[in-house]
Design a protein around this ligand. Structure first.
Ligand code: PLP
Length: 468
């Protein structure tokens, strides 16, 4: 039976309106990261309304959102102040081009605020539309920076296995998750992947120090192989998010940054997830990891997910060099998007930062974050839990059948089962391979955390019982 033909579009308006939304969606939408084996046949979960840390589907069922939308919903849903900020800006001036020397008040004020919040001399902001376009822009800036100094060969980029940097052609090429490596084509000529730095002290048979030395030796050898004079930059998430909440051994972030600087390689810290409070600070690079990045990428929590927005924070040193070294006959920085630094998005980001400061959201995360991780780690005693890892409000539970470790078909099926039991009981976690990933809104309370862990614990027990 041709399942797609069976759900062929109904051209009469009346019938279209009466068709349930999940059916319409199944017929017409190709979702990001969709399971193609069920295209057109699988009804989507349609989220219809949301308040605080809870969302409601189109059938009226309520869920505790332990995904935080997609790592981005930080202040919670339905914040009047944020809605007002967007509406006010839309009424006053919904859009005007940001190209050339044209600006808007929200974009200029947000850039000033980001310069104050960011570490070191990251005082220049290049706005984009999301995390991917910010990462892509940062790479182009690094390559331009060296090309303008007469080093066009210095275009190679170091990334890591298990990284996730976005969904555009270049950012997917930088990403190193096995699930990304499908039939899509990748840029491989100038992108190089180092080993995944994830270190799990509970499950490793070498010390953190030994692992660190191993990773640093590999990195230095790779720099030597490519030639430092050919490498523009290294891009790294301080803690790998979508790759499975992978934390490097202590000292890795700073040591890799120092190594880059030793060879004149720019260090780009991708804080799309770790920034804006998820680890308890606006930026984790300096305070948590002692880094002095040349650029920081931010998105997601920057607007608390209320509008698509991304930004590259650039050091004064690089910005000045760009201006000084640009070709005299064509000094045009030809990178940017129609909606770069959209005024409505910048207005909501400013309101978001104002609330975060007023309500001391970062302090709250530093308070509840360790509680969240401790409660989750208590689940490690269960047979189907291989490990639990995380830091403040980013965490993941790795499932296994007790045989092979990793994303085997059996382990992935197990995680899917846990996910569907959670969903049944009113909890949304993010299934990825054999992992259940959690990144709740930053306003989460201890009692919400207790509820998340209780439901997850029961779901794990049910999935474990199914195994027997
Ligand atoms: N960088 C990191 C670390 C991410 O986790 C993501 C998305 O999850 C991106 C970049 C891409 O951001 P976006 O999906 O907004 O393009």
């Amino acid at each position: 039976m041709d399942l797609l033909a069976e759900t062929a579009p109904d051209k009469t308006t009346q019938k279209l309106q009466s068709r349930p939304v999940p059916r319409i969606d199944a017929r017409h939408v190709l979702h990001p990261w969709a399971d193609l084996s069920s295209l057109g046949t699988q009804d989507a979960l349609v989220i219809h309304s949301a308040k605080g840390v809870r969302v409601r589907d189109s059938a009226g069922k309520s869920y505790l959102d332990a995904i935080g939308g997609m790592w981005c919903m930080t202040l919670g849903y339905g914040r009047e102040e944020l809605a007002e900020a967007m509406a006010d800006q839309a009424r006053q001036m919904a859009y005007y081009t940001p190209f050339g020397d044209v600006s808007s008040e929200p974009a200029a004020r947000l850039a000033e605020k980001l310069a104050k919040l960011s570490p070191g001399d990251l005082n220049r902001v290049h706005f984009t539309t999301c995390g991917s376009t910010a990462v892509e822009s940062a790479i182009r800036i690094a390559q331009y920076h060296f090309a303008a100094q007469g080093q066009p060969q210095r275009r190679h980029v170091l990334s890591r296995i298990n990284a996730y940097h976005g969904g555009t052609y270049l950012t997917q090429s930088l990403s190193g998750k096995s699930a990304d490596r499908t039939l899509f084509h990748y840029e491989a000529e100038f992108v190089h992947h180092l080993s995944s730095p994830g270190y799990d002290p509970d499950r490793s048979n070498i010390s953190a120090e030994a692992k660190l030395q191993e990773l640093l030796s590999e990195m230095e050898a790779e720099i030597a192989r490519i030639g430092p004079e050919n490498i523009a930059c290294f891009i790294a998430e301080p803690i790998m998010a979508s790759g499975g909440v992978l934390t490097p051994p202590e000292g890795y972030q700073k040591a890799t940054c120092d190594l880059c600087h030793k060879y004149g390689i720019l260090y780009i810290s991708d804080e799309v997830v770790t920034g804006f409070g998820r680890l308890g600070y606006f930026f984790a690079s300096d305070v948590r990891f002692g880094l002095a990045p040349d650029m920081i990428i931010t998105a997601k929590g920057l607007s608390s997910g209320y509008q698509p927005l991304g930004a590259v924070l650039i050091s004064d040193r690089i910005a000045t060099a760009l201006a000084r070294n640009a070709p005299a006959d064509k000094p045009v920085f030809s990178n940017g998007f129609t909606y770069s630094g959209h005024p409505v998005a910048c207005a909501v980001a400013l309101a978001n930062i104002e609330i975060m400061e007023r309500e001391n959201i970062c302090g709250h995360v530093r308070d509840v974050g360790p509680y969240f991780i401790d409660k989750l780690r208590a689940l490690r005693g269960k047979d189907i839990v291989y490990t639990v890892r995380g830091d403040h409000l980013m965490a993941c539970v790795e499932c296994w059948t007790g045989e092979e470790v990793g994303p085997t078909a059996a382990n992935m099926a197990l995680a899917q089962r846990v996910d569907s039991y959670c969903q049944e009981a009113g909890l949304l976690v993010r299934p990825y391979e054999n992992l259940c990933i959690l990144s709740p809104p930053l306003i989460i309370t201890r009692s919400d955390i207790d509820r998340i862990v209780a439901i997850l614990s029961e779901a794990l027990d049910r999935a474990e019982a199914d195994q027997k």
